[in-house]
Design a protein around this ligand. Structure first.
Ligand code: GTP
Length: 458
């Protein structure tokens, strides 16, 4: 009996029999190729096959959903030092504080169109250690990652146990395991109080830190980190920022521990680790108008005709594989943005033909423009299919203000007859016959769209 093997690209691969399938995953990438092999060959192997990454032009770099890990810089350690001078052999404590770690920020930028600009690990710089002569360490620099407008940021909460029981080769979730390990490490550290301190050389055994009261600021920071609410943000406007991982607090130098009992503290606090968050980023394009249609209906041709965008146009389905945004400029300087999303097929709401990946990009459009190929037999059925798919994906989505663009009206008698028949069937439907290819009746369509957008803004 043949067994299907899914082989992942390059990476460490591990196998597991799921029913009759041997499935291998790579850590970062999902399925790349499938092949039928004998049961005897069920051992998973790596493939020499290299994925075609394509260029920016081909749109292969477009990413609208990803997981990444943000790690704030760790705080620098406090310093254990004593003032020394010619006649001062045992001066007072003068260790500086460590600098705080840098923060990780995400910022919406209208010039970004894809999440491909975001790396999987986002690490801010650590703070510098404190030094003698009361010199405090420098703060670690922040990092700001630009993301497209319309990016939704959600924190993924990882249950320690769950992540640990995961088979290391499978599940492809390095970041979750990293976070779980980090949490365990931190918990261990919290129990072992001595490990929170830096000790003067060879004083580790002599320092009894069990009775030392930790500074209130230090305790408050640790509490805030442990009880931080789950992060969730929607970056909708240009310049909007969200702090995704806070840098760790710098450790306090030994002067902070001078007390009545200990005038010469031989210890200082270590800096705290920065916050670590596993994030799920999802891009939901923001445009005033979303073009919805079946593959090959002429959506890209329409967008080219009405706006400054240049999506690829070709006579085969799924030419467009990621959303394109165009701006329609009117004579009076008014502007509206239009998103061309890839074609929808029956079952798109169940993710057939990558439906979910496409539908998420019309969710935020105020106005929908259905592009229907009027030269196809019974084009009203296509419209019904599109409406059903939208509603099954998000209830009420198709009820938004909409215009039906009957495209390819230039395609001879069939198109004309279909259009007239449709008029009779649905006299109240907001329809405009258009030839996007020849640029006919485009003005009428764009003005109707503008009216709808403006009334939806009110
Ligand atoms: N006759 C005629 N052909 C058109 C018209 N508009 C588009 N076409 C043709 O229809 C084909 C598909 O056009 P696209 O604009 O790529 O269609 P699409 O809906 O973006 O297709 P997908 O990328 O698959 O979603 C191309 O060969 C176009 O030249 C039109 O108004 N009249």
């Amino acid at each position: 009996m043949a067994v299907t093997v899914v082989i992942a690209h390059r990476a460490r691969v591990a196998g597991r029999i799921i029913g009759e399938r041997v499935v291998a995953y790579s850590c970062r990438r999902q399925v790349h190729t499938e092949s039928q092999i004998d049961e005897s060959q069920e051992v998973v192997r790596e493939t020499a096959w290299t994925p075609h990454t394509g260029g920016k032009k081909s749109g292969r770099n477009f990413i609208d959903r990803m997981r990444c890990t943000a790690i704030g810089g760790s705080g620098g350690n406090g310093c254990v030092s004593f003032f020394r001078d010619v006649f001062v052999p045992r001066g007072p404590a003068d260790g500086g504080d460590g600098g705080s770690g840098g923060d990780v920020w995400l910022e919406a930028d209208s010039s970004e169109t894809s999440l491909s600009c975001v790396k999987q690990w986002l690490k801010a710089r650590p703070g510098s250690n404190g030094r003698g002569k009361s010199m405090h360490g420098a703060r670690g620099s922040d990092i700001t990652i630009k993301v497209p407008q319309g990016t939704i940021v959600r924190q993924i909460l990882v249950e320690n146990k769950e992540a640990r029981t995961e088979d290391p080769g499978l599940g492809a979730d390095r970041s979750s395991r990293f976070l779980a390990d980090l949490e365990t490490q931190m918990a261990r550290r919290a129990e072992d109080k001595a490990s929170l301190f830096v000790h003067y050389p060879r004083w580790e055994d002599r320092n009894d830190v069990s009775n030392i009261r930790l500074p209130a600021e230090f305790k408050a920071f640790r509490w805030a980190m442990a009880n931080a609410p789950p992060l969730s943000a929607d970056l909708t406007s240009h310049g909007q920022r969200v702090l995704v991982a806070r840098g760790g607090l710098g450790g306090m130098g030994n002067p902070h521990f001078i007390g009545a009992e200990d005038r010469q503290p031989h210890y200082a606090l270590r800096g705290l680790a920065g916050q670590t968050r596993v994030l799920d980023l999802e891009l939901k394009t923001i445009a005033d108008v979303g073009l919805v249609g079946m593959p090959n209906a002429g959506k890209s041709t329409f967008l080219r005709a009405v706006s400054n965008a240049h999506p690829k146009v070709a006579a085969y389905p799924f030419t467009t594989l990621n959303p394109y945004i165009g701006t329609v400029a009117y004579d009076d300087a008014a502007q509206i943005t239009v998103a061309d999303i890839p074609g929808l097929v029956p079952g798109a709401h169940r993710n057939v033909g990558l439906g979910h990946a496409f539908l998420r990009h019309v969710e935020r459009s105020r106005v929908l423009v259905f592009i229907v190929d009027v030269s196809r037999p019974e084009p009203w059925r296509d419209l019904q299919m599109l409406r059903d798919e939208l509603d099954l994906y998000r209830s009420g989505l198709s009820a938004r203000p909409s215009l039906v663009v009957c495209n390819k009206a230039d395609a001879g008698d069939v198109a004309r007859r279909n259009f007239e028949a449709w008029r009779l069937i649905a006299p109240d439907l907001n329809m405009v016959p258009v030839s996007a290819m020849l640029g006919k009746n485009i003005r009428k369509a764009t003005h109707a769209v503008r009216q709808m957008v403006e009334s939806s803004r009110m």
